[in-house]
Unconditional design. Structure first.
Length: 135
């Protein structure tokens, strides 16, 4: 399961049974760190997920900012309340890449892009993880 963690919305992606291809799955509204972690774990358990992959927003110069610290806190909370494996993946530019895909390739209106870009970004994060495992 892939996660694009945001302060407003959380994008979720899932992979196929062979763990080769990721697909956008859902979005949830961010409430609080503990509630977000609990909802992520709940979705993971309901979908027989063995690993949760969360995008870590690293700055272009390699440093971590405030949102990266929030992601690290969510990762720790998930580890506290669940035995599901958790991994982080550098997610630089995934949200902007998802938005570009929706504008250029799918011609999706600005209003409809809001939630879609979060799901697609989660899918890109998960696909990065899946591709890295195969190398």
């Amino acid at each position: 399961m892939g996660i694009d963690y945001g302060l407003k919305r959380i994008g979720i992606a899932m992979t196929d049974i062979l763990q080769v291809v990721s697909s956008p799955f859902d979005i949830i509204e961010s409430v609080s760190l503990k509630k977000d972690a609990a909802e992520i774990v709940n979705i993971a358990k309901n979908n027989d997920v063995s690993c949760i992959v969360i995008g870590l927003p690293v700055n272009m110069n390699g440093t971590e900012g405030e949102i990266a610290m929030s992601v690290r806190k969510v990762v720790e909370e998930i580890k506290l309340i669940s035995d599901i494996g958790v991994a982080t993946v550098d997610e630089r530019l995934t949200t902007s890449q998802a938005e570009r895909m929706l504008i250029c390739e799918a011609n999706v209106s600005r209003r409809k892009r809001k939630g879609l870009k979060d799901k697609i970004a989660a899918s890109l994060i998960l696909q990065t993880y899946l591709d890295m495992r195969c190398k």
